[in-house]
Write a protein that binds this ligand. Structure first.
Ligand code: DGL
Length: 273
C-alpha cells in the first residue's frame, strides 16, 4: 500500500525548517513540499493576496493527493488558515509564533518577537499577544527584508547581520532574554543570531511542536503511516513555483538533502492591490 503524502507549504524555503522536524519525527510518511518562491516574500504583500495565494497553493497540494496539509508559514497561517479550513476537507495544521513557550521560559519576563510585518499586523497575532500580555512583555519587531535575503541563499552576509543588529537592539535594551522566531525562514538564521546575541537570548522555534501537533492529528484521524504496514515510504517531492535550482541548492545547504526539484506552475495569483 502506498501512503498518501503530507503536503507542506510555505511562501518559499522557510517551511524546510518545519519539514526537517516532520521528517525526523515521522520517517514512514512521504512528503510533498511546495515553495511558492515565485511570489515570495509574502510578509510585506497585501493581505488579500496572501490569502488568495495560500488557497491556490493548498488546493494544488490537495490535488496532488495529500492527506493533510501543513501551512509551514506564519504569514499564510495568520491570514489564510480559516479560508483553507472552510474550503478544504482535510486536516490543516498551521503555525504561529511561539509566544506561549517563550513567556513560560523567560526569566526576565521580557520576550523579543521577530516575525513578518503581516504576521504582526494580523488579528490572530493580536489575540495571541493579548492573551499573554499580563504575564510577560513582548517587544515585537518586523523582520523586513530578511526573507528576501534568505530566499537568495544569504543567511549570514553583511546585510543580514546589519538588519539583525538593528532588530535585536530594542529587545536587548528592554532586557529580553528570549527571542521568538516567528517566521519559518528565521531558524536558518539561528547560527548568526546566536553569534550576535551571544548567550543573552534563548531562541524559540516551533518546528518540533508543529511536527508533534501534526502527528497527533494524523493519529486522531486514522491517517498516520506505520512503517511496517506501508513498507518504504516513497521519495519526498520538492516543488517550487520559482527557480528549482535555487530550492535544490538550499535543500542541500540547509538540510544536507540531495534531491531533484520540480518546477510547478500554479494559477497566476491575483495582482497585488
Ligand atoms: N516563512 C514565512 C513565515 O513564516 C515567510 C513569509 C514571507 O514570505 O515573508 O512567515
Amino acid at each position: 500500500m502506498t501512503p498518501s503524502p503530507i503536503g507542506i507549504f510555505d511562501s518559499g524555503l522557510g517551511g524546510l525548517s518545519v519539514l526537517r522536524e516532520i521528517r525526523a519525527l515521522m520517517p514512514a510518511e512521504s512528503l510533498v513540499y511546495l515553495a511558492d518562491s515565485h511570489y515570495a516574500p509574502y510578509g510585506e504583500k497585501p493581505r488579500d493576496f496572501v490569502q488568495a495565494r495560500t488557497l491556490q497553493a493548498c488546493e494544488w497540494l490537495a490535488g496532488q493527493g495529500c492527506k493533510a496539509i501543513v501551512v509551514a508559514c506564519n504569514t499564510a497561517t495568520a491570514h489564510g488558515i480559516q479560508t483553507l479550513r472552510d474550503r478544504l476537507a482535510l486536516p490543516i495544521v498551521g503555525v504561529e509564533p511561539g509566544l506561549k513557550p517563550a513567556a513560560a521560559m523567560s526569566q526576565s519576563k521580557v520576550v523579543g518577537v521577530l516575525a513578518t510585518a503581516n504576521t504582526l499586523a494580523s488579528d490572530k497575532f493580536a489575540r495571541l499577544l493579548a492573551s499573554l500580555s499580563d504575564s510577560c512583555r513582548f517587544v515585537c519587531q518586523a523582520g523586513n527584508g530578511l526573507v528576501a535575503r534568505i530566499e537568495q541563499g544569504d543567511i549570514d552576509g553583511p546585510l543580514v547581520r546589519e538588519a539583525l543588529r538593528a532588530y535585536l537592539a530594542p529587545m536587548h535594551d528592554a532586557g529580553a532574554d528570549t527571542l521568538v522566531l516567528g517566521c519559518t525562514h528565521y531558524p536558518f538564521l539561528a547560527p548568526t543570531l546566536r553569534e550576535l546575541a551571544g548567550d543573552r537570548m534563548t531562541l524559540v522555534d516551533t518546528g518540533v511542536a508543529v511536527a508533534r501537533q501534526l502527528q497527533r492529528r494524523l493519529v486522531q484521524e486514522g491517517l498516520i503511516a506505520i512503517a511496517d504496514r506501508v513498507g518504504a515510504a516513497p521519495a519526498d517531492r520538492y516543488c517550487s513555483t520559482g527557480e528549482p535550482a535555487r530550492l535544490q541548492r538550499m535543500l542541500f545547504l540547509l538540510l544536507g538533502v540531495e534531491a531533484a526539484v520540480e518546477a510547478v506552475s500554479i494559477d497566476p495569483a491575483p495582482a497585488p492591490a
